[in-house]
Design a binder for this molecule. Structure first.
Ligand code: FES
Length: 102
């Protein structure tokens, strides 16, 4: 196994009891993970991993994710345009400001 160059940590709203609740799950985080993986593959970005996490603590901006090692926090990733903006950010090496959580 080779380590990914980038790691997308996508909030799946899991709480300590294991139940998926909260803004990100209700906002389609499950489908978002699949969409991200498919679009990354379509663009040939095999060095980007996607993992689902528990709550990131920015629920009011969900669905939310973080890109490492850049430490870019993105919110309101709830559309095709938003997913494209995240992947564009990774490719360009510069975060899309319209979704960036500062
Ligand atoms: S539920 Fe996603 S950040 Fe809290």
């Amino acid at each position: 196994m080779t380590k990914p160059k980038h790691h997308v940590l996508l909030c799946a709203s899991f709480r300590m009891n294991g139940m998926p609740q909260g803004v990100c799950a209700k906002g389609g985080a499950g489908q978002l993970a699949q969409r991200l993986q498919e679009d990354l593959a379509d663009r040939g970005l095999a060095d980007v991993a996607v993992s689902c996490t528990s709550c990131l603590g920015i629920c009011d901006r969900g669905p939310a994710l973080v890109v490492y090692p850049e430490n870019w926090w993105f919110g309101h990733i709830d559309s095709e345009e938003a997913v494209d903006a995240v992947i564009d950010s990774i490719e360009a090496g510069s975060p899309a400001p319209e979704y960036l959580v500062t």
